[in-house]
Design a protein around this ligand. Structure first.
Ligand SMILES: *Cc1c(COP(=O)(O)O)cnc(C)c1O
Length: 395
């Protein structure tokens, strides 16, 4: 067998991530490699930290990109803050909350779970009762934007409850960062991780994280060594610290991926993060109008719906996987399947980062309408794209 170059097909990425990447970011990837301790590279690292401060809306000194995907960012928050014998309250309303439980248990700690139905936000009353019943718990962990269901929970209120119980907060903002407001300082979040391939529209494989001074204090006072050498923030800080001259080798940074992250964050700053939030909302409104025209329902209540991740109920009798396959083969459009409890029951359409544009909404709706009518699905009306454009073309 001869193997030659791999050339990916042309796609529009409208699933739960990765999202489409701007050519400016792809071009940044192709710039020459320089040493990861080169003074010029270190200046760029400092700029990335500054841009992440803006993106996370924080002044936290310990704010940096972990050299691995969002799941490693998740792990870095848990392994640094949680020790054997601790207990942590974990809110579960989808797949990613379940992964938090796995993380807590692998730290040798106990997870106390607050379970909510998939497709609904975290119930604040239940959380408050659990905090009161477990005053010794060290932290409250929750997913801000549940990508598996398309639900956003009230992070400010959750954090307030945790503070009242004198507990740390650990927040997953993989899907929210860059798409909807993430206010680390205002909400007093202690540890937060995100990913680059969702609303930041960068290459997959990097995880921005931020830790409050309170969290740093907890990390410094640990009784046990952090069980992961690679993710030990005490060591990583030696590499990402602000003292350029004393920066020491920990691992070889993914140099080109960091060029790409720098470029995507510059683009976000140029757009203005508030404008990015508005753009995500407007494109969601367009998609919603088109789906309504076809008689398709979003499973999440409007009050807690994520604009960047739309979970759509598969109509009775429709082959969910066939529709996704046809979207991909006939139009080159990737949409997502349901996960866990929602497998086979929903499609997930992501409008994240560079995939949140009128072009994406229009083409996706036209393609979906075409595929559904071709397989004989009963549709309430037609010209979903036209309905979306009534919103998308407004100034
Ligand atoms: C995608 C995602 C992750 C995991 O990120 P990876 O980069 O795939 O490791 C974690 N949490 C949420 C909410 C996500 O959407």
């Amino acid at each position: 067998m001869t193997v030659s170059s791999f050339n990916p097909p042309s796609r529009m990425l409208m699933g739960p991530g990765p999202s489409d990447i701007h050519s400016r970011v792809l071009q940044a990837l192709g710039r020459p490699v320089i040493g990861h301790l080169d003074p010029e590279f270190i200046l760029m690292m400092d700029e990335i930290k500054g841009l992440l401060h803006y993106t996370f809306q924080t002044t936290n000194q310990m704010t940096l990109p972990v050299s691995a995907p969002g799941s490693a960012g998740m792990e870095s928050c848990f392994v640094n803050l949680v020790e054997p014998g601790d207990s942590v309250i974990v809110c579960i309303n989808g797949v990613f909350g379940m992964r938090m439980v796995e993380n807590v248990e692998r730290c040798g700690a106990t997870a106390i779970t607050v379970n909510d139905e998939w497709g609904t936000p975290i119930d604040l009353n239940k959380l408050e009762d659990t905090i009161k019943a477990n005053p010794d718990a060290k932290a409250v962990a929750f997913v801000h934007a549940e990508t598996s269901t398309g639900v956003q929970s009230d992070a400010a209120a959750i954090s307030k409850l945790a503070q009242a119980g004198d507990m740390l907060t650990i927040m997953d903002a993989v899907t929210s960062l860059g798409g909807t407001p993430v206010m680390i300082d205002e909400w007093k979040i202690d540890a937060c991780y995100s990913g680059t391939q969702k609303c930041l529209s960068c290459v997959p494989g990097i995880s921005p994280v931020t830790f409050s001074d309170r969290a740093l204090d907890v990390i410094r006072k640990r009784n046990h060594k952090v069980q992961s050498w690679f993710l030990d923030m005490n060591l990583i800080m030696g590499y990402w610290s602000s003292e350029g001259a004393t920066r020491s080798y920990h691992h070889t940074a993914p140099v080109n991926a960091l060029y790409a992250l720098h470029e995507s964050l510059v683009m976000l700053k140029d757009e203005g993060i508030e404008n990015a939030w508005k753009r995500h909302q407007k494109n969601h409104n367009g998609l919603k109008a088109g789906l309504e025209t076809l008689g398709l329902d979003l499973i999440v209540d409007e009050s807690c719906r994520l604009p960047q991740l739309n979970a759509i109920k598969v109509p009775e009798g429709i082959d969910e996987a066939l529709v996704r396959r046809r979207m991909l083969s006939d139009f080159g459009i990737e949409i997502g399947a349901g996960l866990g409890a929602l497998a086979g029951k929903v499609w997930r359409i992501g409008l994240m980062g560079q995939s949140s544009t009128p072009r994406h909404v229009t083409l996706c709706l036209a393609a979906l309408e075409g595929v559904l009518s071709d397989i004989g699905a009963p549709l309430k009306g037609n010209d979903a794209a036209g309905a979306a454009q009534k919103i998308l073309l407004q100034a």
